[in-house]
Design a protein. Sequence first.
Length: 255
Amino acid sequence: MDRKVLFGAGCRISDALHQGSGQFERGNDWIRMDWDRTQYSESLSILMKQQYQSIEAELSLIGDPLGSQPHQVVFPSFKQRPLFTQKLAGIPVSGKIRGLFKDGKEYHLDPAVSHAVIDHTIGYHDYHWCWRWASLACRSESAVIGVNLVEPVTDPEINENAIWINGRRIVVGEAVFEYSDQDLMAGWTIRSADDLIQLQFKPITRRREDLNFGIVQSCFTQLIGLYNGQIRLPSGENHRIQQQYGLAEKHAARW
């Protein structure tokens, strides 16, 4: 959405992690997400409408996502304020996405090659806060891979950095992001501090939003692009990642 909204006006968010609805509405623009979980599956419906276009998606997470190992962490901010996050990456997903405009083209998702990321985060962030974030879910030649890396972290051991290999969670320490502040569309290098994870990210497109409401400010850039690289585990496993779509993000806020 391009509209700028202060203090969450027009927003409604479910209290439950895996059940309920969320909606944002501002003028003629709105987006609604309905999340439903049964014992064996989860489904997500998304409907977005803007002035010139609309998008509708019906998605199903294959199997029980919580059968994989989520990464759930409670940790302090730099000023010792509580934060909670639950991440899970590499979930097979099926469904369809269609545009309700022009030719109404429809895209079908094949769970053999389409994978999702679940990200639930809540907390009391510090007034000044910034992060760099990398998110990836894909099938390599050897396994289904999920990646969640963020910098900076408040603790080198208790943080949200993790990878998933076929649903098995592996906790990662600190991550290092190398990029150009002058040109975020240039290539990024994202790696773990121990160099067992080494990824190259080439942005293709981006979403950017800068807000300034005086005491509340946000400078946000989210990039979509291609990841290449490798993940080496202490056990000797080696997983290569080649030309896989994912996200990278840079955000600085005062809120």
